[in-house]
Design a protein around this ligand. Structure first.
Ligand SMILES: [Zn+2]
Ligand SMILES: [Zn+2]
Length: 344
C-alpha cells in the first residue's frame, strides 16, 4: 500500500510502497479515509532534536485518523467490520502502575502511533481493540479525524472548572484554538487569547475568544478581569516568555494547565507567581482514557460546527507537503488529508 513514511534519519517525508499491516488476535484493521496532520508530524518532517532522538526510520507516520473497520482479530469482541472509527494513538503498556490505576495517558512505556509504531498516514492502520473509538454518526469524517488534538484541548480545559470563569489561553495553534471553542461552548465567562500571529488571532475570534492579544500582558489581563487576573491559564504555546508572563496574569488561587512543550528550561517567579498565589498546576499529557473521548464526542454532538473554522486545507494525501508548508508559513491551521484514492 502507499504510505507517507520517514525513510531516513533526515529532514523530509516520502510517499512509498509499504507492507499492509495485519491485525493480531486483539487488533483491528482500519481502512483509513481521512487523517489530520499534527504539529508532531511537522516536527518529524523537519527532523528536529526531539524527532531525531525518538523516531527510528523507516516508519509510517501519522496518528490522527478516521476510517472504517476492515477486519478484526479473532479475540476482538466489541468492534465489527463496517464500524466507522477513530482511535487513541497512545498505546499504554497495560502493565505499569499508571496503566493499572486508570492513568494510561501517562504510561512511561507508551507506544505512540506514527512515532514509536507504524502510523496511520496510509490506507490501512492497525490498532488494539481497546484503543478503537466508534464515532457517532452525527460527527462528519473531517471532524472525527481530529479527535486526537481535540482531545488534547479537551483534557487541558477539563482539568479544572471553566464554566463562569475568566480564562486566559496563551498560544493559538490548533489546540489553543480548539480550547477557545471548548471554553466558549462550555460557558466560560470570558476567554482571552494571546498569539503573535494575526491570522491565528482572527481564528481565535471566530472560535469565540472575547479578547485577543498579541502577547499575554499582565497589566491588560488584570485590568479586564474581575478578580485581579485570570481564574484559569491554559498554556498552549510552549513559548518560555508566554509561560513566564502567563503565570503573572493568573489571579491568586487560580489554576494553570500546561500543554505546550517548551524547548528548554523556563523561569518563573517561584515565590510571587506560584507559592504566594496558591496556584494549582496541572501538567497535561495526551487524553484521559477514555473520559476525554466521551467529553469530545458530547461537545461535537452539541456543537457540530465547533471544529469547522479550523480546517483550512483539505488535500489528497499526495499533497501532504503543501499542507506542511502551510503549517510552516503560518497560513494553515488544520490540514485534513483524504486517503480514499490511495493504492492499497
Ligand atoms: Zn496530533
Ligand atoms: Zn503502562
Amino acid at each position: 500500500m502507499q504510505a507517507i513514511i520517514k525513510a531516513t534519519p533526515a529532514a523530509g517525508l516520502d510517499l512509498a510502497d509499504v507492507q499492509t499491516p495485519t491485525p493480531g488476535p486483539r487488533d483491528v484493521l482500519v481502512r483509513v479515509t481521512k487523517t489530520g496532520i499534527c504539529g508532531t508530524d511537522r516536527h518529524i518532517y523537519e527532523w528536529d532534536k526531539w524527532a531525531a532522538g525518538r523516531i527510528k526510520p523507516p516508519l509510517v507516520v501519522g496518528h490522527e485518523f478516521v476510517g472504517v473497520v476492515e477486519d478484526t482479530g479473532v479475540a476482538v469482541k466489541s468492534v465489527n467490520p463496517g464500524d466507522r472509527v477513530s482511535g487513541e494513538g497512545h498505546i499504554g503498556c497495560g502493565r505499569c502502575y499508571c496503566c493499572r490505576t486508570g492513568q494510561t495517558h501517562i504510561c512511561e512505556y507508551v507506544d505512540i502511533l506514527g512515532v514509536d509504531v507504524t502510523g496511520c498516514f496510509a490506507p490501512y492502520v492497525v490498532l488494539p481493540e481497546s484503543n478503537i473509538w466508534k464515532v457517532d454518526p452525527k460527527i462528519p469524517d473531517d471532524h472525527a479525524s481530529l479527535f486526537d488534538p481535540f482531545g488534547n484541548a479537551m483534557h487541558t480545559v477539563m482539568a479544572q472548572p471553566i464554566s463562569g470563569k475568566q480564562v486566559l489561553i496563551t498560544g493559538c495553534g490548533t489546540i489553543g484554538l480548539m480550547a477557545i471553542g471548548i471554553c466558549h461552548a462550555g460557558g466560560a465567562d470570558m476567554v482571552i487569547a494571546a498569539d503573535p500571529n494575526g491570522f491565528k488571532r482572527d481564528l481565535g475570534k471566530t472560535m469565540g475568544a472575547d479578547v485577543v492579544l498579541e502577547h499575554a500582558d499582565e497589566k491588560k489581563v488584570k485590568e479586564i478581569t474581575d478578580h485581579g487576573g485570570a481564574d484559569v491559564l491554559l498554556e498552549m504555546s510552549g513559548h518560555p516568555q508566554a509561560i513566564t508572563t502567563g503565570f503573572k496574569c493568573v489571579r491568586h488561587g487560580g489554576t494553570v494547565s500546561l500543554l505546550g512543550i517548551p524547548p528548554d528550561e523556563v523561569s518563573i517567579r517561584w515565590a510571587e507567581d506560584l507559592i504566594f498565589k496558591g496556584l494549582t498546576i496541572h501538567g497535561i499529557n495526551g487524553r484521559a482514557m477514555y473520559q476525554t473521548w466521551y467529553q469530545c464526542e458530547s461537545f461535537l454532538r452539541r456543537n457540530p460546527n465547533l471544529l469547522e473554522p479550523l480546517i483550512t486545507h483539505r488535500l489528497p494525501f499526495e499533497k501532504f507537503e503543501e499542507g506542511i508548508r502551510a503549517m510552516q508559513n503560518g497560513t494553515g491551521c488544520k490540514i485534513v488529508l483524504d486517503w480514499t484514492d490511495a493504492k492499497t
